[in-house]
Write a protein that binds this ligand. Structure first.
Ligand SMILES: Cc1cc2nc3c(=O)[nH]c(=O)nc-3n(C[C@H](O)[C@H](O)[C@H](O)COP(=O)(O)O)c2cc1C
Length: 337
């Protein structure tokens, strides 16, 4: 079993795991920009145990992404343990158990946040993981199933007694999904009694805010999810609003190229769309570019239009109301099942 100080993490802000978003190209971009470590998307232990190649491929990573935390989800101790033994061969730095996914298909089957309803069993799972692999085991939790069952104290005590080396806390309940606000008071409370490093998570949209939360709550670090999509500068301290369009364009090109190298020219471009929309979010005069390129499937044309574009400042800064939601999970689950 590993002790907390065996996880060498330099930095205090990292990219949160996001199915359908935090793939290897995106982790490379964010790690390069200062994300303290990398988290894979959550991966089904059932799929790993069955040897489904598409599932195992979700763990592909580049050395520069290290420290790399493989995140898994499941609801059966034996399958989870076997899956850990299988993925240990891929040489991750950490294996993290997802105890926070709120999507019904996952949580209502007893995986993800579903494990919060049975902390003793969750502890048995962690214990078995920690005993059977020679890698630090961590967990990412929410603060409870709902507000009537805020059992984070019990959960944290059990998990740390069972062998976790670090804990990430999304300050919402499962029933909140993504509504309301993350409760950073509870995250701070958890930090005050936890014996392992605690990373807080929820609603962070800037580098400054991340550092404020670290100071206010004493957490060891902060995970940023949605606020980092299309804004890898959040890890470097640069304020995206101050950046010239050319700098944003350079990052778009770099990210797209990594996606195309990783997937294929065609799929990479299609999968990049969700990032592209967010890169242009709030960037003045780029609405026509967004509208033109979101349906473009020809990579050369995409690049030609992007590179020759001059922001049209007659367009007011537009606010994108579209929210990236956990719906991406269904896409992910389709791959996993
Ligand atoms: C599209 C999407 C996919 C997500 N996938 C995962 C996942 O695979 N594993 C996980 O632990 N959390 C996942 N989450 C939750 C985030 O890691 C994070 O806890 C949550 O979004 C709150 O942080 P934020 O406000 O910074 O986005 C996902 C969130 C989103 C929006």
């Amino acid at each position: 079993m590993f002790t907390p100080d065996r996880i060498k993490i330099k930095g205090k802000i990292a990219l949160s795991p996001m199915a359908g978003v935090s793939d290897s190209p995106t982790r490379q971009i964010t790690r390069k920009m200062g994300s303290a470590f990398s988290f894979t998307e959550f991966v089904s232990t059932d799929g790993i145990k069955k040897g489904i190649q598409k599932t195992i491929d979700l763990f592909k990573f580049q050395e520069m992404e290290r420290p790399i935390h493989f995140q898994i989800f499941g609801n059966k101790k034996n399958i989870i343990t076997d899956a850990c033994k299988i993925i240990e061969e891929l040489n991750p730095d950490v294996i993290d158990l997802n105890m926070g996914c709120s999507v019904s298909k996952v949580a209502h089957k007893g995986s993800g946040a579903g494990l919060l309803r049975d902390p003793i069993y969750a502890g048995e799972i962690i214990n078995s993981m920690a005993k059977n692999v020679n890698i630090p085991i961590t967990a990412k939790i929410r603060i409870g199933w709902d507000h009537k069952s805020l059992n984070y104290k019990e959960v944290v005590h059990i998990l740390q007694e069972s062998g976790i080396s670090m804990l990430s806390v999304h300050g919402r309940t499962k029933m909140m999904g993504y509504s309301g606000r993350a409760d950073w008071n509870i995250i701070g409370e958890i930090k005050s009694f936890a014996k392992v490093p605690v990373w807080g998570n929820g609603d962070i949209t800037s580098y400054r805010e991340a550092n404020q939360k670290i100071i206010e709550t004493g957490v060891d670090g902060v995970l940023v999810g949605r606020g980092a999509i299309g804004n890898p500068w959040i890890f470097s301290g640069l304020d995206k609003e101050t950046l010239d369009f050319n700098i944003i364009r350079e990052k778009i090109v770099e990210h797209l190229k990594l996606m195309q190298d990783f997937y294929s020219e065609e799929n990479g471009l299609i999968l990049f769309r969700k990032h592209f929309v967010r890169y242009l979010h709030g960037v003045r005069g780029t609405l026509p570019l967004k509208e033109r390129l979101l349906t473009e499937t020809n990579s050369e044309k995409f690049m030609e239009i992007l590179m020759s574009y001059i922001p049209d400042l007659s367009y007011e800064k537009f606010e994108l109301n579209e929210k990236l939601s956990c719906n991406t999970f269904s896409q992910e689950e389709a791959i996993l099942s």
